[in-house]
Design a protein around this ligand. Structure first.
Ligand SMILES: Nc1ncnc2c1ncn2[C@@H]1O[C@H](COP(=O)(O)OP(=O)(O)OP(=O)(O)O)[C@@H](O)[C@H]1O
Ligand SMILES: [Mg+2]
Length: 1033
């Protein structure tokens, strides 16, 4: 549910000055101060926003804030510039009303910042899309460009706008921006040539010198040093917090975004450089024969460089600083310029050059940002114009600026009243006349076509004869003497004759915002704004496209003898157009106030603010707003806000809102003269009534809050109680369940125990019975078994006895028979029987022996030494022989499996064994290794190819050995090669043969008995030198 808020909620002081009670200047200031101290820099007067410059960045312009104020009613949230911007944008978009936002205030009050905030808010809330974003970006980026060329540091403001600016932002029917048009008003061009103490020239000069690259400066014939240029005051050349170099980059970037071409940017900078160069021109007098002094350029270097920059012929420009051609009645007269006139001409040229460049920039930006579509546009104008100025020394510029503010005040009063009146008519409320000060009379004093000050100044400027500022003042004194807002010492009006605060060369005007004393000196000159024709013609001749455009009057083909319009005339005309433009739009006001002169945060200087409140006519504003009805509110929000004050409307009113409000007011007994019912709004005459309602509402809210609190607490306690109760039932139920479960489990357990005991007892009883039964059966069986056993044994004994007897009988019988046979046959077989029996027995024994041996033979491994034991000692010889035969047979079998190669290997092994077995400790470990001979693989290895090809015999052994040097015992690796005829030692790395020993030269080869790889070759006497060679592997 959306929460309806109101400006009246959580107010610090009062958010709308219309509600200030009692209304006085003091209470007004106190309210402003109170809000300012709480960082509330915005306050309303009805729909007008007062903005106090905080001089520090506040966190109130974030994207969240934009969202907060988006599509909310003006009075719904606390005062903010976004509320005004939103209101203006929504009525432009939804009600098709063109808007203008008028931002006024004195220098440094925050007008430019406010205008940028409005633009950025509108940019944030309006439509999106690639094209729209580009337009937005171009509109926003026009600001840095114009600020660089039109703003300067003054004592009042480090970024003071020295021109007036009005920007029309154009939107399509959906509220998407299409483009814009900028109008500029009266640039303070005098600043180009001279700046008051503590102030600077326009930012661009400093930005260019600080930010341009060395290359660019060289192209522009400039040096980085500010002190080299007479037009740049060194007083505040650098401003703290202002980074000129970075700003230069920003400006160039902004120019690119806006649509400036690279060559256009270059031309612009060339002109800026030319102005700086111009300021360095100095003149010296040169006497002429007619006794007149003629000026001459002193040091021509700057002039030369400037002419090169702008493509001007040096002699033409030089002449223009020495002569002046006056055309009168088709006749050209050339007069010389003295040094003072030459300086005047130089400055006039610089001022004109710069101000025309500025106007060209505005036109160029307009070309880029102007809406392309020809359809009807909705327009939002933003006016950021210089505020009312009262200096110690006020001149023509202040006069013009104050005139502009006077006109704005007029339009402000007119439009505020008109709006007020229109609203009354719209709402059907009777219009009561409002007393207010109408400054039309002051505007008339200045702009009246016959006897207005500006008209008289023009008249004076155009008049033939000697014209001075004094003659102008005289004229004013005669014509305006009777005017109630004009004051002069030389006035016929005796009132000011003795007023010493009013010097003779001054006049004073009582503006709506206070009295301002103007010094007439320079009025005529500044109004004339003359540039000698020779100079404009010299400029026109320049070979520089931009300069040519800026001085069209220098075109000799279009010589116009008519004087150009005066500055005052031009300004009056442009202000007239502006006012006409503003009157067609719905105005929205932002009135900026500067809280202190120190540009410091948190300081609220009472007197300064009071002064501004006065001259901005804010009290007047409040009074006008309150003159009829101080407060108005649509019926719905009004009923919504106060419905709790009446039983009939609380909590819901079923009928129309207006009736609800009527019931409410009647019930509250608000006096009838205190309010009026409009068509859609209720109008409350006095803030007191509103505060009465607010107070009642507050009380009621408190009561309601108490009631709500009471009901809430009751509800909370009851809910808590019910919860406890419910919980208690649940807990009890759970507990009971738990207890029952426990009890049941206990009973169940006991039952099981009892049951198990019973079953156990029964089982044991049964078991006992079964066991007894089994025992009985076993006893029977045992007895039976014993019985059967006894029977069987008895039978067995009997049978055995019987068998023994039978055997004994048989043996006896056999012996008896044998005896009988032997006795019988002794006489026949006595000689051979013994031998046969013996042979038969021996035969049987041998048979048994062989069969036993056959099945008991050892394995076929030749190294298996096992052999069955000898069964009979008489077989010893046979047994040993059989063992030997078996072994030989086994070896033969083993040998028969050998291939020829394997055989050769074994023969080698055999030979080696004969040589080394039991003589060399290393021998047993080498037996398992196969002898390769050519360990180096001489033939395959490409490294030894050369060596192997050098040896034409078969290599029997090739390996790497270390040859020990007999002199020092050091070893060196050698390739050891053995052939059938010789031993060869070769270098291991190169493979080069070092030594070749024919085998016959060797007397012996010796090795040690230890487990090393040493061997020595002993040579015969013939090779004495090499008697012994020690080598090892
Ligand atoms: N809303 C703001 N928040 C923070 N700082 C602000 C705000 N408004 C103004 N300022 C500060 O005050 C300075 C002056 O403001 P700004 O240039 O807008 O004054 P101005 O009224 O345009 O003056 P001038 O008439 O000289 O151009 C700004 O440079 C900025 O530092
Ligand atoms: Mg400004």
């Amino acid at each position: 549910m959306e929460v309806k808020t109101s400006l009246l909620d959580n107010m610090i002081g009062v958010g709308d000055m219309v509600l200030l009670e009692p209304l006085s200047e003091d209470s007004f200031l106190e309210n402003l101060k109170k809000r300012f101290d709480h960082n509330e820099i915005y306050t309303y007067i009805g729909s007008v926003v007062i903005s106090l410059n905080p001089y520090r960045s506040l966190p109130i312009y974030t994207p969240d804030k934009v969202e907060e104020y988006r599509n909310r009613n003006f009075y719904e949230l606390s005062p903010h510039i976004y509320a005004l911007a939103d209101e203006a944008y929504r009525s432009l978009r939804d009600q098709d009303k063109d808007q203008c936002i008028l931002i006024t205030g004195e220098s440094g009050a925050g007008k430019t910042e406010a205008s940028k905030l409005v633009m950025s808010y509108v940019a944030a809330v309006c439509g999106k899309g690639q094209e729209v974003n580009k337009v937005k970006e171009q509109l926003l980026q026009s600001n840095p460009v114009l600020e660089a060329f039109g703003n300067a540091k003054t004592v009042r403001n480090d970024n003071s706008s020295r021109f007036g600016k009005y920007m029309d932002i154009e939107f399509d029917f959906k509220g998407d921006p299409l483009g814009g048009v900028i109008s500029n008003y009266l640039l303070e061009k005098s600043r180009v040539v001279k700046q008051p103490r503590g102030e600077r020239n326009f930012h661009i000069f400093y930005q260019l010198l600080s930010g341009a690259s060395d290359d660019m400066l060289k192209k522009l014939k400039l040096e980085r040093d500010f002190s080299k240029y007479n037009y740049l005051s060194l007083d505040s050349a650098t401003v703290s917090g202002l980074d000129d170099a970075a700003n230069f980059r920003t400006v160039r970037n902004a120019m690119q975004i806006v649509g400036f071409m690279e060559d256009e940017m270059q031309s612009v900078l060339e002109l800026v450089a030319a102005v700086l160069k111009l300021g360095n021109l100095d003149f010296k007098p040169e006497s002429r024969c007619n006794g007149m002094d003629e000026s001459r350029v002193k040091d021509k270097n700057d002039l030369k460089e400037m002419c090169e920059l702008l493509g001007i012929e040096q002699s033409v420009l030089e002449r223009a600083f020495s002569y002046r051609t006056v055309e009168a009645k088709m006749e050209k007269v050339s007069t010389t310029l003295n040094v003072a006139q030459a300086y005047y001409a130089r400055d006039a040229l610089a001022k004109n050059l710069y101000s025309r460049l500025f106007s060209w920039l505005v036109t160029r930006i307009n070309e880029s940002i102007r809406a392309q579509a020809k359809t009807r546009h909705k327009v939002m104008g933003v006016l950021d114009i210089y505020g009312f100025e009262i200096f110690e020394d006020n001149s023509f510029e202040q006069f013009i600026i104050n005139y502009c503010n006077e006109k704005l005040q007029q339009i402000f009063i007119e439009l505020t009243l008109r709006e007020e009146q229109e609203e009354y008519v719209r709402e059907g409320i009777e219009w009561t006349n409002i007393e207010y000060f109408n400054n039309a009379v002051i505007c008339d004093l200045i702009e009246n076509n016959q006897n207005g000050i500006l008209a008289m100044l023009d008249e004076e400027c155009l008049r033939p004869g000697t014209v001075t500022d004094e003659t102008f003042l005289d004229k004013l004194n005669t014509i305006c003497a009777e005017h109630q807002h004009f004051e002069s010492r030389l006035n016929k009006n005796s009132k000011f004759l003795n007023d010493h605060s009013l010097p003779h060369n001054c006049f004073r005007i009582q503006h709506y915002a206070g009295k301002v004393l103007y010094r007439v000196e320079g009025f005529v000159d500044k109004n004339n704004d003359l540039l000698y024709r020779d100079l404009s013609q010299a400029m026109y001749k320049a070979n520089h496209s931009l300069i040519k455009q800026l001085f069209p009057e220098g075109n000799p083909a279009k010589v116009n003898l008519k004087r150009p319009p005066t500055a005052g005339f031009q300004f009056r005309a442009s202000v007239g157009t502006l006012m006409g433009n503003l009157q067609t739009k719905n105005p929205n006001y932002i009135r900026c106030i500067k809280p202190n002169d120190k540009k410091a945060a948190h300081i609220f200087t009472d007197s300064l603010v009071r002064h501004q409140v006065r001259y901005l006519g804010l009290m007047e504003n409040v009074r006008v707003r309150r003159a009829g009805y101080a407060f108005r509110q649509a019926y719905e929000p009004c009923l919504e806000r106060y419905k709790m004050l009446c039983k009939n409307t609380w909590p819901h009113w079923k009928g129309p809102a207006r009736q609800g409000v009527e019931v409410l007011m009647t019930d509250l007994q608000v006096p009838a003269e205190e309010f009026a019912y409009g068509r859609s709004k209720i109008f409350i005459r006095n803030p007191r009534t509103l505060f009465f309602l607010e107070e009642k509402r507050k009380q009621c809210l408190e009561d309601l809050a108490t009631l709500i609190q009471k009901i809430y607490r009751g509800w909370k306690c009851r809910s808590h109680f019910l919860l406890l109760k419910k919980s208690e039932i649940v807990v009890a139920a759970w507990y009971r369940r738990y207890a029952q479960q426990k009890k049941y489990q206990k009973i169940k357990h006991s039952t099981t125990v009892v049951q198990s005991y019973t079953r156990g007892w029964q089982a044991r009883k049964l078991l006992r019975e079964l066991k007894y039964q089994k025992k009985c059966e076993e006893a029977v069986t045992t007895i039976a078994a014993f019985w059967h056993g006894t029977q069987a044994r008895r039978e067995l004994r009997r049978l055995k006895e019987e068998a023994r007897r039978k055997h004994a009988v048989a043996v006896i019988w056999a012996y008896w028979q044998g005896l009988k046979v032997r006795r019988e046959y002794r006489k026949f077989f006595r000689a051979n029987a013994g031998r046969k029996i013996y042979n038969f027995t021996i035969q049987r024994i041998m048979q048994k022996y062989f069969l036993g041996l056959k099945s008991n033979l050892p394995s076929m491994s030749p190294i298996d030494k096992s052999w069955p034991a000898r069964p009979y000692s008489f077989l010893e010889g046979v047994h040993a022989e059989l063992r030997r035969i078996f072994h030989l047979w086994r070896c033969k079998k083993y040998r028969s499996q050998f291939t020829e190669e394997k055989k050769a290997v074994y023969e080698e092994k055999l030979e080696a064994s004969e040589l080394f077995k039991d003589k060399k400790a290393l021998y047993p470990s080498s037996v398992s290794q196969t002898f390769k001979g050519d360990y180096l693989e001489m033939v395959k290895n490409p490294k030894y190819q050369k060596l192997s090809s050098a040896i034409d015999e078969k290599i029997l052994l090739a390996d790497v050995v270390n040859k020990i040097n007999r002199a020092n015992g050091k070893s060196s690796p050698r390739l050891f090669l053995l052939t059938k005829k010789s031993v060869i030692l070769a270098d291991q790395k190169t493979g080069q043969v070092k030594t070749s020993l024919p085998l016959p030269d060797l007397s012996s080869v010796s090795t040690s008995t230890q487990s090393d790889g040493f061997f020595a070759l002993k040579l015969k006497e013939v090779r004495r030198k090499w008697f012994e060679v020690y080598l090892f592997f």
